[in-house]
Design a protein around this ligand. Structure first.
Ligand SMILES: [Zn+2]
Length: 356
């Protein structure tokens, strides 16, 4: 094999980065392929995307940010995601950030948002799962993980994501030039956004969102109402996988189920009760996805659809959501059929005297 000279490697890098740059010109499109973008940026999708979006919104200038500190901070965030997690890794964070960007651009929101809202929305999306261990809160509680006792068994992971983000903000000194009350306010708002992604608080947010829409009392001139919509937008971005085109959506489904199954395998190994959805032998990918879509994604996106007044993006997302659900339903049915066939073959085998 002919080794690459440093020069040709450089050309290769330039070519990839050129393609990544071309992709960034379409970063607001819903079928943006974050997996391809991550490969083209050599695993730097989160840092590259965030730098680009900070430029798009002129946030560096607006908040007088130091570029070196910004790079240091973003590099720390990206590094602190576990690349060995099939799902909760930096590519998921980049995907959520890209979705968040699409939501921030919604007509209903775009004109009302302040630079601070945009800064908070993007930062919360990028950091919302940082240092995720690849197992869920019940697992941390039953294995007496130190994080569970630190956060008293409540929003354990989300509290950790937030406190880690604050730690990195302070260590990088990104906000050290701002007045203390402002950087404190940013830290608090980031916490409130990241903690909203705790799926066990889903109903609380959904009911409140539905009530606001029924009463038509959302006033986006109010900072508190904009903050609430940012929480909802981040929640939507976090669970929007089934609203993506099938080719992207099913990759996420496979990844998240792989992470669940790994937890189930650990539980089996340590003779712990296997958590719901984590048993490879009984919980199929289609069944997990149909449940997730029906109980979490559909109810939330139906309200988001109402909020955006059926924007073109919302219509696209609802279209994908329904098609993907139908496809998983067909797959589950087909799997059920083949399972039945397997059982029948096995029974026939027994009848033939294969098994005593
Ligand atoms: Zn997430």
């Amino acid at each position: 094999m002919v080794p690459h000279s440093p020069g040709s490697m450089h050309l290769l890098d330039d070519d990839y980065l050129g393609q990544a740059g071309h992709m960034l010109s379409k970063v607001s499109t819903w079928n943006f392929d974050i997996f391809l973008f991550d490969r083209l940026t050599n695993g730097n999708s989160l840092v590259t995307l965030m730098c680009h979006l900070f430029n798009v919104y002129d946030l560096v200038h607006h908040f007088q940010l130091d570029m070196v500190k910004l790079h240091r901070f973003l590099g720390m965030v990206q590094e602190d995601y576990h690349s060995q997690n099939p799902y909760h890794n930096a590519v998921h964070a980049a995907d959520v950030t890209q979705a968040m960007y699409c939501y921030l651009k919604e007509t209903k929101l775009a004109e009302q948002l302040s630079p601070l809202d945009i800064f908070l929305g993007l930062m919360a999306a990028a950091a919302h799962d940082v240092d995720h261990p690849g197992v869920n809160q019940p697992f941390l509680i039953k294995t007496r993980h130190h994080l569970a006792s630190l956060y008293q068994n409540t929003s354990v992971l989300e509290s950790h994501h937030w406190r880690s983000t604050v730690g990195m903000l302070r260590e990088s000194g990104l906000l050290s030039h701002l007045p203390p009350d402002m950087s404190q306010d940013i830290e608090q708002q980031l916490g409130s956004l990241i903690l909203a992604t705790d799926i066990s608080r889903q109903n609380e947010f959904l009911l409140s969102f539905r009530e606001h829409l029924d009463l038509q009392d959302l006033d986006l001139q109010l900072a508190s109402h904009r903050h609430f919509i940012l929480q909802i937008a981040l929640k939507c971005a976090d669970v929007c996988n089934p609203c993506r085109v099938w080719e992207l959506s099913h990759q996420w489904s496979e990844r998240v189920c792989e992470e669940f199954y790994r937890q189930g395998d650990l539980e089996r190994k340590f003779e712990l009760e296997i958590s719901p959805l984590c048993d490879q032998q009984t919980d199929s990918v289609p069944a997990i996805q149909i449940g997730f879509i029906s109980y979490i994604v559909e109810p939330l996106f139906e309200e988001w659809h109402r909020f955006t007044e059926a924007s073109p993006l919302s219509q696209t997302m609802m279209g994908h959501l329904h098609k993907n659900k139908a496809r998983w339903t067909r797959l589950r049915y087909a799997q059920g059929q083949s399972d039945t066939q397997d059982e029948e073959t096995e029974l026939e085998g027994r009848r033939d005297g294969d098994i005593p």
